[in-house]
Ligand binder design. Structure first.
Ligand SMILES: [Zn+2]
Length: 318
């Protein structure tokens, strides 16, 4: 009997892993419960991807490869359950965990399904247009404002960037680190990796005062070195719009809307008119379907998920 029970337990465990069904805590926007619950889904992917890009092309669009999720290449794990020590979690900061205590989720509606939008390769000359879409939506929908996470490259910063980052802050956008030079991080030494991450963190600190920022490796490429050097969670995605590849606004819209699910992380890019056009329809249509568009850290906190530094995440759901 013991063997049968063990076998059933293991079977259920592996089914759970194959279906990606880790459960986070309930939605909470109470500031007193920053780490109220327990688990998060994370995954790492194959890194044998093409690396065609130029890191010195100013504001020109950068090419992102497709990253295919593969069961063989994925490692899923569940973060340690902290629900047993909820009280002490409020008093001590675990250095291995992404600290969301200062993430504002007062405008997140827990009755809504949450989906996180992310924009890579920022800033560009089109960043203001991107912000304008969110600002217009939020003006019409003050009860469920939309935000996102903007992943920035240090080499793209110029004299206009401080103004842009101020606008990002006003909109409630989260600033994330897309590295200094947009190199394939799997080709770098640990020292080079640290320099790539630290340089952009230092630039972003001027805007938000934070020492560390969520990391989105260029091309979605990472390895053990990247995970070991990263002192923050590595944010992958569950929905890839392929907007960098000349995808039409209709197709970007369809990819996001037809694959929407609570806890999903959507990959888009700054600087593409088709992305802007798709957003103009996605924000109201997702709201009409019961969704609120939020940043990655807002979604993790509202869902009671723990993000561990150096771990890779494709979604954060209840
Ligand atoms: Zn990129």
């Amino acid at each position: 009997m013991k063997f049968l029970r063990l076998q059933r337990c293991l079977t259920a465990f592996f089914i759970c892993i194959s279906l990606s069904c880790f459960i986070c805590g309930g939605c909470t926007n109470k500031a007193t419960l920053p780490h109220s619950s327990s688990s998060i889904e994370n995954s790492s992917f194959s890194t044998d991807l093409p690396s065609s890009f130029s890191s010195s092309n100013g504001n020109a669009p950068l090419e992102e490869p497709i990253v295919q999720e593969s069961a063989n290449d994925s490692e899923y794990s569940v973060a340690q359950d902290s629900s047993q020590s909820e009280d002490s979690a409020e008093e001590t900061i675990d250095p291995t965990v992404w600290n969301v205590s200062d993430v504002d989720i007062s405008a997140v509606d827990c009755n809504k399904k949450l989906i996180a939008f992310t924009f890579d390769d920022a800033p560009t000359r089109a960043t203001e247009s991107l912000f304008a879409v969110f600002a217009a939506f939020n003006e019409q929908n003050p009860d469920t404002p939309a935000t996102a996470t903007l992943f920035l490259n240090g080499y793209l910063f110029d004299k206009e960037t401080p103004h842009l980052l101020h606008a990002a802050k006003t909109l409630g956008f989260e600033l994330g680190n897309h590295t200094q030079s947009h190199f394939d991080l799997t080709t770098l030494t640990k020292d080079e990796l640290k320099t790539e991450i630290d340089a952009t963190d230092a630039l972003l600190k001027f805007a938000d005062g934070k020492e560390r920022h969520l990391l989105r490796p260029p091309y979605g490429k990472f390895n053990e070195n990247v995970k070991n050097v990263a002192q923050t969670p590595i944010i992958h995605w569950s929905i890839d719009t392929l907007d960098w590849a000349g995808t039409s606004a209709d197709d970007i819209y369809e990819t996001v809307f037809s694959n929407r699910s609570p806890g999903a992380i959507v990959l888009m890019h700054d600087g593409y008119p088709a992305t802007i056009d798709a957003l103009k329809r996605l924000l109201p249509d997702l709201k009409a379907d019961g969704y609120q568009v939020v940043s990655v850290s807002q979604m993790a906190k509202a869902h009671g998920c723990i993000l561990r530094n150096g771990s890779v995440y494709i979604r954060a759901r209840k």
